[in-house]
Design a protein around this ligand. Structure first.
Ligand SMILES: [Zn+2]
Length: 142
């Protein structure tokens, strides 16, 4: 069994709740803040239907939240992300139907989909850093 180190970090948004970090490159955001982030309405009919799952599933799974967040942020998802989202949300919705094997499949798929996401986020972060160069100076304002 693969053991991953876990530690707690303060939520980067509200700076109040602690977030359990269990994977490399995971953005420290608490469930409440990420639920808020993904509560925006979706206009695209296809994605609206896809993301229309029980709110509890989003609360349970940071993976499902990250997929929805990525869609809201980039306006699109890869086929792989869509497939994995559907499979993971179905498995979470019907835990009785999924045995240990399929749970492991979901975890593996989650990891690879997460890798795709972090690649995307890295390039987005770079763009963000350029834009955010100014607000930093704000702190030193007299
Ligand atoms: Zn928070």
């Amino acid at each position: 069994m693969a053991w991953r180190p876990k530690y707690k970090q303060l939520c980067a948004i509200c700076k109040k709740s602690h977030v359990l970090i269990s994977s490399r490159g995971q953005f420290p955001i608490c469930t409440a803040c990420s639920m808020k982030q993904i509560s925006q309405p979706i206009e695209d009919e296809k994605f609206k239907a896809m993301f229309d799952i029980d709110q509890k599933l989003y609360e349970q799974s940071s993976f499902l939240r990250s997929i929805k967040y990525n869609y809201l942020r980039f306006g699109s998802l890869s086929e792989k992300q869509i497939d994995t989202f559907k499979r993971v949300s179905e498995e979470l919705a019907n835990p009785a139907h999924s045995n240990k094997n399929s749970a492991q499949t979901a975890t593996a798929a989650t990891a690879s989909a997460a890798a795709v996401i972090s690649e995307k986020q890295e390039s987005a972060n770079e763009a963000k850093q350029v834009k955010q160069a100014k607000p930093k100076a704000k702190k030193s304002k007299k």
